[in-house]
Design a protein around this ligand. Structure first.
Ligand code: UDX
Length: 459
């Protein structure tokens, strides 16, 4: 806790409600830790009962509260997303209200609900109970700005064949395949399209809009959005010990859907030369098709580099037969790893990533060049920024069916690691890493926004 903040913060109790998937829980939990650091003494994390049963939670400073999504023993496997989300809204808003009333009855009233706008009904609950509400966007400002344009009807979907260059104020010109998949392939996931566009419903009632990004990274779009909304960049929400190093050790996430293989990864990396290993991961959700998995595998082999590859248990059967044994001299394949420890290890020289927003921000903040292989949702737009705006890597493009060949995988790795562009990429990587640290360091742009929030909440 920083000096002078303790007294004024004693009143505040924030409730944090992420959409119940790893990529949304991580940044909101890390944000909660930053609030604790600033002196907000009460934080309650709210997750579904179902998630609480299937995950491991271990963060003493942040208490846990469960609500129901209507499926406490797990949703039926064949339920469609629209039905799930409708039930979550119905049961979730009632049980959230009950949970907040319970906290008030027990002497811990909630002052502010920090909610994921994927769950916009939480805003309504907060307002019904007359508490402050802050939306926490877990994706980039650029992506949310695109969704906002769709919401306002200023960007028409589906895109028309003539829409070869999409111009949106605050953003660079975008090609259709730079757009989030819900826009470029409109109609493929209707319920999720609704989720990302409905984030803005009633949002004018929110008291704050937080974005997990930092000012310098998305300056143009933040300036544009800030003309009409109280947009505050508060990221990157990377644990302090990897970034500004103000907290002694806050590495553990607190809530993990998967169990990481920790010691073995570090031991293996410790035996490799500095900047010699390719780290490969596609996050917690993406499913590669069998052929893509095969091309990726042989592409890694073709690059002739050492690699550490996260293949989730559900993806393992797609690995080419005998691949792990055949490449055991070069590679380590694990089902989940401590990604921040890996990215900050001196042996890593490149991250082959799906460009989920957390992975992208982690790579930016820890200074690792990227080969972008976006799969869906916001990842194409993130890849566009990685390659053309921040110039921190290259995008591996697929054929007309989207399949990225083994030759492309290998040549992109070589381009990033030792090709003509490698020097420029390396310089940019260092620049962005420093800017990320500055944003979260005391007095940095994100740090000031967090401080301003704490001060206004407690005064
Ligand atoms: C999802 C979406 O897919 C993504 O596009 C969106 O921006 C956020 O929500 P996910 O696919 O899981 O997230 O990707 P990402 O955003 O990169 O988040 C993955 C998180 O899991 C990262 O914080 C990463 O550090 C962590 N991780 C991943 C591990 O800790 N270990 C691993 O082995 C792999």
């Amino acid at each position: 806790m920083e000096k002078g903040e303790e007294k004024e913060a004693e009143k505040a109790h924030c409730l944090i409600l992420p959409f119940p998937i790893q990529g949304h829980i991580n940044p909101m939990l890390q944000f909660a830790k930053r609030l604790l650091q600033k002196g907000i003494i009460g934080i309650t994390l709210v997750i579904t009962k179902q998630l609480a049963k299937t995950t491991h939670y271990s963060s003493a400073a942040i208490s846990l509260q469960t609500i129901s999504d209507g499926f406490d023993d797990g949703a039926p496997t064949d339920i469609n997303q629209a039905d799930y989300l409708a039930r979550f809204e119905e049961v979730g808003s009632t049980t959230l209200k009950e949970a907040m009333q319970g906290l008030a009855d027990s002497g811990r009233p909630v002052d502010c609900v920090i909610f994921d706008p994927f769950l916009p009904w939480a805003l309504q609950v907060a307002k019904e109970l007359a508490v402050f509400a802050a939306a926490f966007f877990t994706q980039s400002c650029a992506v949310d700005h695109i969704y906002h344009h769709v919401y306002k009807g200023e960007l028409k979907v589906p895109l028309l064949p003539g829409d070869q260059e999409i111009l949106i104020p605050g953003l660079p010109p975008l090609r259709p395949d730079d757009m989030p998949s819900f826009v470029s392939s409109y109609g493929t996931y209707p319920p999720l399209f609704e989720v990302v566009v409905n984030q803005f419903t009633g949002l004018d009632k929110a008291d704050w809009l937080f974005f997990n990004t930092f000012y310098n990274l998305e300056k143009e779009v933040i300036d544009y959005m800030a003309k009409s909304a109280p947009v505050k960049a508060i990221g990157p929400t990377i644990p302090s010990m990897y970034l500004d190093k103000r907290l002694p050790d806050d590495r553990e996430y607190g809530l993990s859907v998967y169990k990481a293989v920790t010691g073995a990864c570090t031991e293996w990396l410790n035996q490799r030369r500095p900047e010699s290993v390719i780290y490969v991961s596609f996050g917690s959700l993406a499913k590669l098709d069998d052929r893509q998995m095969e091309e990726l595998a042989w592409g890694l082999r073709l690059s002739n580099k050492h690699f550490l590859w996260v293949v989730r248990a559900t993806e393992e059967s797609k690995l080419p037969k005998d691949f792990a044994e055949e490449t055991s001299e070069k590679g380590l394949i694990v089902s989940w790893c401590p990604q921040l420890d890996v990215l900050s290890h001196e042996a890593i020289c490149c991250f082959v990533t799906h460009c989920g927003w957390n992975s992208t921000l982690e790579s930016v903040s820890l200074g690792v060049p990227m080969v972008a292989m976006p799969q869906w949702t916001d990842q194409s737009t993130n890849s566009k920024f990685v390659m053309d705006v921040w110039k921190m890597g290259v995008r591996a493009r697929g054929d007309e069916n989207g399949l990225v060949s083994r030759e492309t995988v290998a040549s992109c790795i070589m381009e990033v690691v030792e090709g003509e562009r490698a020097v420029e990429i390396k310089q940019n990587v260092i620049k962005w890493k420093e800017l990320a640290i500055q944003a979260m360091a005391q007095g940095g742009s994100s740090d000031l926004n967090i401080q301003e929030f704490v001060t206004s909440l407690t005064s």
